[in-house]
Design a protein. Structure first.
Length: 100
């Protein structure tokens, strides 16, 4: 039978690091409407109207803005959803992820 010390040692070896996080960033362009960007932020990033407007203005004024920070799989999914939705609606809106 293992002692408490041996059990603790086994648990310490089994520790896992938290997953790396990735920022999802929207990029400004000269064609996508501000209204569409707000819609994207509300739909895919669960932002309220006020927060979506603030992020949209940051994209517009600074060239890009972070929409959220997620694990790799979720960030990839968000990027693909946003790009697909933009294409579907005829907008050239770009979105990418970068390591946090």
């Amino acid at each position: 039978m293992a002692t408490k010390q041996e059990n603790l040692s086994l648990l310490e070896r089994g520790k896992t690091k938290p997953p790396k996080l990735y920022k999802v960033r929207l990029l400004n362009d000269d064609y996508t409407t501000m209204e569409f960007v707000i819609e994207v932020l509300q739909t895919f990033f669960s932002m309220g109207t006020e927060q979506a407007m603030q992020v949209m203005l940051k994209v517009h004024n600074e060239g890009s803005a972070i929409c959220g920070v997620y694990s790799k799989d979720i960030a990839e999914t968000k990027v693909n959803q946003v790009i697909g939705y933009a294409i579907q609606h005829g907008h050239p809106l770009k979105c990418h992820m970068e390591e946090n």
